[in-house]
Ligand binder design. Structure first.
Ligand code: NAD
Length: 492
């Protein structure tokens, strides 16, 4: 059994307390290693290392920073299969999805590497003669990246690569369920030539590790992805010292199926969005809003497909649906089945822990479908974060959009229709950060802004050009070459 260490200031280090925590495979129960349970002293050492490195890294020309990210992209490509297998062992999703997770990181490395030669500021005319003005982006300083377990490589890259290209340095605290994938990523960053101290990784749970990090006075930016409950706490605490905070949080995403939809296409999109990653995506579809006229036809096609999904170890290429991340989350998913039944929804399929054969060793849950769900029910309002889907009947597009928009979250929506008028109305009236036409609720590409409204976010976006904003400070430089005092807004 391996005991892993933090990586701080370019060196592997154990915790000063000597405490560790275990990392298990959720499909088999196998112990994958022990990781440092980091505390005040470790976080402090990581922040001090990041601060020292910032003084040098911000002066490295951005195109050179970009060249390192290109090398990271190459190394991730070379190690893609190994990274994907590590991730599947650590958090359970099937190999084709963990390969996609790594690919998202590769895409981000190349995209942000290219930003090294752009990082556009702008100049515009000024109102006085013999004077210029230019707006440019500066790095902010030390960025704390706090990440969840469901995209163990992609999400750290969404935060770290824009932060790095802009000249910031980083302390990364990955989720306690997926430390190994993040550690492998950081190893590749250094293999690509990142100077020591520019990225530091500390392991540990939300408390104490994350909690100490968000309170550290030297941290300037917190980039957080996780549950809305934790994100709210992070924002409140960070506000006390005026830290900049970007929050990417939960979702309760819907697929709308209109009466003219291609139902076979809709079934494919619903299956992939609702049960891919075992429903443990922020963009997972957990509500289907189906027009009454096609409801029975859709269910007739959908239910047998759900029942045919193969549960198992994600390393087996035949598996469709892997395990739930841990025992606590398994219990939470099952508790929502009880809630749905008690609320009067009809349990159509699933609704039970799967324990046959090798599944008994892991945390498996039968893909679950409820019908006759009312929009106000808890199963239609709260994020379950598991393979549980609610079917709600609608009679019009207006009703579908109102229900779609009627939760405290606002990440992703989808509509299946052949009617251009429906498409245009949905495009205008849906209030989520992402809308898919004739495709499921998942599948974002890194060159566009990613994030959501209401309880999903706090107004920031990751990825695309917008992904740079939280990691940069605008600086405006005026140069007056008139040789005299010129007064803006005063001089005629
Ligand atoms: P979580 O909130 O439990 O944990 C997220 C991270 O925060 C972990 O690293 C955790 O250790 C840390 N943390 C927990 N308590 C903390 C505290 N008091 N102070 C500082 N850090 C703390 O979430 P999770 O279970 O890891 O992830 C699932 C959630 O993430 C879901 O709600 C999902 O929708 C959301 N998510 C959102 C996006 C998005 O981009 N919107 C993407 C993926 C996941």
């Amino acid at each position: 059994m391996t005991t892993f260490q933090n990586f701080i200031g370019g060196k592997w280090q154990s915790t000063q307390s000597g405490h560790t925590f275990p990392n298990y495979n959720p499909a088999t129960g196998e112990l994958l290693g022990e990781f440092p349970l980091s505390d005040h002293a470790d976080i402090d050492a990581a922040v001090v290392a990041a601060r020292a490195a910032f003084a040098r890294w911000r002066l490295v020309p951005a195109p050179k920073r970009g060249e390192i990210l290109y090398r990271v992209g190459e190394l991730m490509t070379r190690h893609k299969e190994e990274l994907a297998r590590t991730m599947t062992q650590e958090m359970g999703k099937v190999l084709k999805e963990t390969r996609g997770d790594v690919q998202e990181g590769i895409d981000m490395a190349y995209y942000m590497g290219g930003e090294g030669r752009r990082l556009f500021g702008y100049t515009v005319p000024v109102e006085l003669p013999n004077k210029t003005g230019m707006a440019m982006r500066d790095p902010v300083g030390i960025v704390a990246c706090i990440t969840p377990w469901n995209f163990p490589i992609a999400i750290p890259t969404w935060k770290m690569f824009p932060a790095l290209i802009a000249g910031n340095t980083i302390v990364l605290k990955p989720a306690e369920d997926t430390p190994l994938s993040a550690l492998r990523l950081v190893e590749l960053l250094y293999e690509a030539g990142l100077p020591e101290g520019v990225v530091n990784i500390v392991f540990g749970p939300g408390r104490p590790t994350g909690e100490v990090l968000i309170h550290h006075p030297e941290v300037n930016v917190i980039s957080f992805t996780g549950s809305t409950e934790t994100g709210r706490h992070v924002a409140v605490e960070a506000a006390k010292s005026l830290k900049r905070v970007s929050l990417e949080m939960g979702g309760k995403n819907a697929v709308m199926v209109m009466d003219d939809a291609d139902l076979d296409l809709a079934v494919e999109g619903i299956l992939w969005s609702a049960y891919g990653t075992t429903g443990q995506r922020c963009t997972a579809c957990s509500r289907v809003l189906v027009h009454r006229a096609v409801r029975e036809a859709l269910l007739e096609k959908l239910v047998p497909r759900i029942e045919a999904l193969r549960l198992g170890n994600g390393l087996d290429e035949q598996t469709d649906v892997g395990p739930i991340i841990n025992a606590k989350q398994l219990a939470k998913v099952h508790s929502y089945t009880e809630v749905g039944k008690a609320e009067g929804a009809t349990l159509v399929t699933g609704g039970a822990v799967a324990q046959d054969g090798p599944l008994a060793k892991g945390y498996f849950y039968r893909p679950t479908l409820f019908s006759n769900v009312q929009p106000s029910m808890r199963i239609a309002q709260e994020e379950i974060f598991g393979p549980t889907l609610s079917v709600i009947t609608i009679d019009s597009l207006d009703e579908a959009i109102a229900i779609n928009n009627g939760t405290k979250y606002g990440l992703s929506s989808a509509i299946y229709t052949q009617n251009i008028n429906n498409v245009q109305c949905a495009t205008r009236d849906v209030t989520t950060g992402i809308l898919y036409i004739n495709s499921g609720t998942t599948g974002a590409e890194i060159q566009f802004p990613f994030g959501g409204t209401r309880g999903t976010g706090n107004g920031h976006r990751e990825a695309g050009l917008a992904g740079l904003d939280v990691f940069t400070e605008w600086k405006v430089v005026y140069t007056d070459y008139s040789g005299k005092l010129q007064k803006a807004q005063i001089d005629e």
